[in-house]
Design a protein. Structure first.
Length: 358
């Protein structure tokens, strides 16, 4: 009887339009946030940080960014890996050129630089859409990876062609470099994810989000009622690329520490983030979290079971993982196109009506 709307009256428009209209949902949300900020940092170790929590937080940022573009605005993109590379290399150049500037400003500036690149490659969306736009963004993916490989200035003329994050401190605590504690990595990424998720939620349910969804549903009708396709589409590309650039900067500097663009930000990275929003649910902030959690936890779970318990070869477990992910994508596209988010929504609706059948 806790999960009910009966007796939960709203006395203002603000209360009526809140993200969690049911009191039980709000309480659960506050508990999850309190555990994430107040409990996990004291229990986390290097394995859980590097294998689960930090990649989940970073991929969730990238998934939210791609979901804004594809899920909310309907613009298909296969250039996520390339835009993450822009964020990573922009962060590297800023860290080496301005070592005295706080690291969080480097991450934010890397996001803004990626937003500008995203707008540039988003210009074809004004003329093409669907499959043709996907091919255009795929071309951006290959071009950006080629550019960072072939121009030595981007990796400071390093003989190896890699970029390595120098150590940076925040409030006297290392957040990049080999000596970074696990809880510092986790907490730094969590704070950024929390702020960006809050911003994305408010953007998507405001006037900007309504313009994006109007373009997604029917761009001609949206233009007739006064939505400017130029500003709507390019703003979606800018905001999406901003999020993805920040994810790329964190992926390079906080998570890996050293990357080579072809290995870390290849086409497989673009497909991985795309699979996250397909499985999690298009047009949903929660779906971005669910898809990122699913595809980060799945390899860890399969490795522990197939390799650790059954003693199978690592490459066999990796191929089985690809088969499972492919099968799940086909399943969700056929059975439930809205992904895990829709399944969660249906489960909550049934719980609210239980034990009544209607």
């Amino acid at each position: 009887m806790l999960y009910r709307e009966a007796g939960d009256f709203k006395t203002s428009y603000v209360a009526d339009s809140q993200t969690f209209p049911i009191k039980f949902d709000r309480i659960r949300y506050y508990i999850v946030v309190a555990i994430a900020f107040g409990v996990v940092p004291f229990l986390i170790n290097d394995y859980w940080a590097n294998a689960v929590f930090v990649p989940f937080l970073i991929y969730a940022i990238a998934a939210i960014g791609l979901n804004i573009l594809t899920g909310y605005c309907g613009q298909v993109s296969l250039g996520t890996g390339g835009f993450m590379a822009v964020g990573a290399y922009a962060c590297y150049k800023l860290m080496t050129a301005m070592p005295d500037v706080p690291f969080v400003i480097h991450v934010a500036l890397a996001g803004f630089i990626t937003a500008g690149v995203g707008v540039l490659f988003g210009l074809p969306s004004l003329r093409i859409k669907g499959f043709y736009l996907a091919v255009a963004t795929l071309a951006a993916q290959f071009f950006l990876v080629w550019l960072f490989n072939k121009v030595p200035w981007f990796y400071n003329y390093s003989a190896s062609g890699q970029i390595t994050a120098p150590e940076r401190m925040m409030f006297g605590i290392a957040v990049t470099g080999a000596g970074t504690p696990a809880w510092a990595k986790y907490l730094f990424c969590l704070i950024i994810l929390f702020a960006l998720a809050w911003l994305a939620r408010n953007l998507t349910r405001g006037s900007v989000g309504r313009r994006w969804m109007a373009i997604r549903d029917m761009d001609i009708a949206a233009e007739i009622i006064g939505v400017n396709p130029l500003t709507a589409k390019l703003s979606a590309f800018a905001v999406s690329s901003f999020y993805i650039g920040i994810a790329g900067a964190l992926f390079f500097s906080v998570y890996l520490g050293a990357v080579e663009v072809g290995e870390a930000f290849g086409i497989q990275k673009s497909f991985l983030v795309l699979f996250m929003i397909i499985i999690g649910g298009l047009g949903s902030i929660f779906g971005s979290f669910a898809g990122a959690a699913f595809l980060v936890l799945l390899p860890v779970l399969l490795k522990n079971i197939l390799v650790g318990q059954f003693g199978w070869a690592t490459d066999l477990a990796a191929h089985i993982e690809l088969m499972i992910v492919g099968g799940l994508i086909i399943f969700f596209l056929i059975v439930e196109p809205h992904g895990l988010n829709q399944l969660w929504r249906v489960a909550k609706e049934k719980l609210r009506l239980w034990p009544f059948p209607h």
